[in-house]
Ligand binder design. Structure first.
Ligand code: GAR
Length: 209
């Protein structure tokens, strides 16, 4: 059974999609061990409590130095013997000590087709603002493994979504969540939990079932 930590900063609709998929049996061989947020008011923490899993607040603001926070985050993951770290709208830079300890065992959902509209400062609604400003006709979402760069790790799954005339960042965000994010993040977890994913350099191979 794959033990997951889900790291969140906000509303937690992707966390909800994971919990729903676990309930529905579309993710198998996996369980959530802990949900960690850097914001006390993140609604994702309520979702975790309602689901009956541990909801842990770990905020850099509560530590004297960033290094102390980094070590506390690493300790929380190691203590719970986590196999996979899922970044589901987590807006904190994952420290190198965690990336080293969990090589190819951290995945992130990003709301665009990487390498478009990603990198530093590209998160949440900003991603959709940039996509609309560029005038793309297709955007989408990406699940990728996390390395030391920002949105640079090996790509696991992508799903395109149509941009419609008259879209605002909010309407585009909602469509991408519904049509792509809430589908490919649970799917990625199920594939990993069932041993179907291998990583070699920047290439991810998925075993056909
Ligand atoms: C999601 O759209 C996710 O893709 C994005 O934040 C949102 C969180 O929503 N993540 C990033 O932009 C990371 N670069 P949620 O809290 O409702 O899941």
């Amino acid at each position: 059974m794959l033990k997951m930590a889900v790291l969140v900063s906000g509303g937690g609709t992707n966390l909800q999609a994971i919990m729903d998929a676990l309930d529905a049996g579309t993710i198998t061989n996996a369980q959530i061990s802990v949900v960690i947020s850097n914001h006390a008011e993140a609604y994702a923490l309520e979702r975790a409590k309602n689901y009956g899993v541990e909801a842990l607040l770990l905020s850099p603001k509560d530590f004297y130095t960033r290094e102390e926070f980094n070590q506390a985050l690493l300790k929380a993951l190691l203590e719970r013997d986590v196999d996979l770290v899922v970044l589901a709208g987590y807006l904190v830079v994952v420290p190198p000590c965690v990336i080293d300890a969990f090589e190819n065992r951290i995945i992130n959902i990003h709301p665009s087709l990487i390498p478009s509209f990603c990198g530093k400062g590209c998160y949440g609604l900003h991603v959709h603002e940039k996509a609309l400003a560029r005038g793309v006709k297709v955007s989408g979402a990406t699940v990728h493994f996390v390395d030391e760069g920002t949105d640079t790790g090996p790509i696991l799954l992508q799903k395109p979504v149509e941009v419609k005339q008259g879209d605002t960042p909010e309407t585009l965000q909602k469509r991408i969540m519904k049509e792509a994010e809430w589908k490919i993040l649970p799917k990625a977890i199920d594939l990993i939990a069932n041993g179907k994913v291998s990583v070699s350099g920047r290439t991810v191979t998925i075993e056909e079932s």
